[in-house]
Design a protein around this ligand. Structure first.
Ligand SMILES: [Fe+2]
Ligand SMILES: [Fe+2]
Length: 367
């Protein structure tokens, strides 16, 4: 797929209010909990009882233990799914969908870390075994659109200019020229995924070169250090934890008020923003709701251990962290060497009847 050809497909079936989530990454437990929330009467109340159409922003594949169930659920429950980089890799790294062989020499394969590569290879065979007469996951992923527009809001996995590969990270607020180019392609707003971070960046088209960029990440609201300028526009701290029913929270509400927005609701199935809850959102005519819902993270990790994928793919679900990357800067302990974490994890696996081989240094720990 050519990243320069970014034709936008208009999908008329999608209407506002719209439930949005992406990066399910074969985590069926997280996906089901988010869907339960999107269909719940409590949420309907928040959006005045209107029905919610649903869009998935890609990457239903990759990493987790339940690729077939997750992709099938996305196919059936979401009106649209988009191409994520894992979905694209599934297609491009496969020689022939009838006799799938992974193209290991392809640079695209080399771009994934070794754990993601292991999951990708395993999933290739799992998807193939589940294929039914007249249906292939190869065709499903190959035919996914890369970008759609709903009432002036673009939906895309990466960014409007590179729909599958660009990561719009929080540090883009320090790069106004890049952001300006992105916003030139955005009618009103764009909902993105791919980074697995929750984030909001706003842009005032009326202010031209004096524009300011704001962002929110996790429970924090940050704006180039000038929080006072925000209140009537975006968040107020009181909005940040508005419960809609037990354990489910609208993290934040945002009103557009003439601003263009880049919205990332975060990842459904593999958060990397230090908050392990399954994440998604609602887009309405007026603004956005960031949703977070707890699910059985240890259960999802047990699924991963059970099918023999690398344990780190399960560990990282527990605290929604990219600990190994951060540990490289000396900030955090690696999962492998965190005694308390490993003991707790082993206990949780034991209660789920999963045989968990503790890392070498803890193999003598009694649990
Ligand atoms: Fe991605
Ligand atoms: Fe992803």
């Amino acid at each position: 797929m050519d990243e320069k050809d970014i034709g936008t497909k208009v999908i008329p079936v999608l209407t506002l209010p719209m439930g949005v989530g992406g990066d399910s990454h074969s985590n069926i437990r997280a996906l089901q909990r988010l869907l339960q929330l999107l269909d719940s009467p409590e949420l309907c109340d928040v959006i005045d009882g209107q029905p919610v159409s649903k869009a998935h922003l890609g990457d239903s594949s990759g990493y987790g233990a339940s690729p077939v169930e997750t992709t099938n659920t996305v196919r059936k429950r979401f009106k649209v799914d988009l191409t994520g980089n894992h979905d694209k890799a599934f297609v491009e790294l496969t020689e022939d969908h009838l006799l799938p062989q992974l193209k290991r020499e392809d640079p695209l394969f080399g771009a994934f870390n070794d754990k993601a590569q292991e999951a990708l290879e395993w999933q290739l065979h799992v998807y193939q075994r589940a294929e039914m007469r007249g249906f292939t996951y190869y065709d499903y992923f190959r035919e996914l659109p890369r970008m759609v527009e709903v009432n002036g809001t673009l939906l895309v996995h990466g960014s409007p200019r590179k729909p599958i590969t660009e990561y719009i990270r929080p540090n883009y607020v320090t790069m106004p020229d890049i952001l300006r180019k992105i916003f030139e392609q955005v009618p009103k707003a764009v909902a993105v995924a791919h980074t697995h971070f929750s984030m909001l960046i706003l842009y005032d088209p009326k202010k031209g070169s004096n524009n300011r960029f704001y962002w929110a990440w996790g429970p924090e609201v940050v704006s180039e250090g000038v929080l006072e300028e925000l209140p009537d526009v975006v968040f107020s701290p009181d909005d940040l934890s508005e419960p809609i029913h037990a354990n489910v929270r609208v993290l934040a509400k945002s009103k557009l008020n003439g601003y263009k927005a880049v919205i990332n609701f975060g990842s459904i199935g593999q958060p990397r923003d230090n908050c392990p809850l399954a994440k998604g959102g609602i887009i309405t005519q007026e603004g956005y709701f960031f949703l977070r819902v707890p699910y059985d993270t240890y259960g999802a990790a047990a699924d991963i251990i059970r099918v023999g994928l690398p344990p780190i793919l399960g560990w990282r679900l527990i605290d929604g962290d990219e600990r190994n990357k951060k540990a490289n800067g000396g900030v955090r302990t690696l999962y492998e060497t965190d005694d308390a974490f490993q003991k707790r994890f082993a206990q949780e696996m034991a209660t789920r009847g999963v045989d968990y081989p503790l890392p070498q240094q803890y193999s003598s720990i009694k649990i």
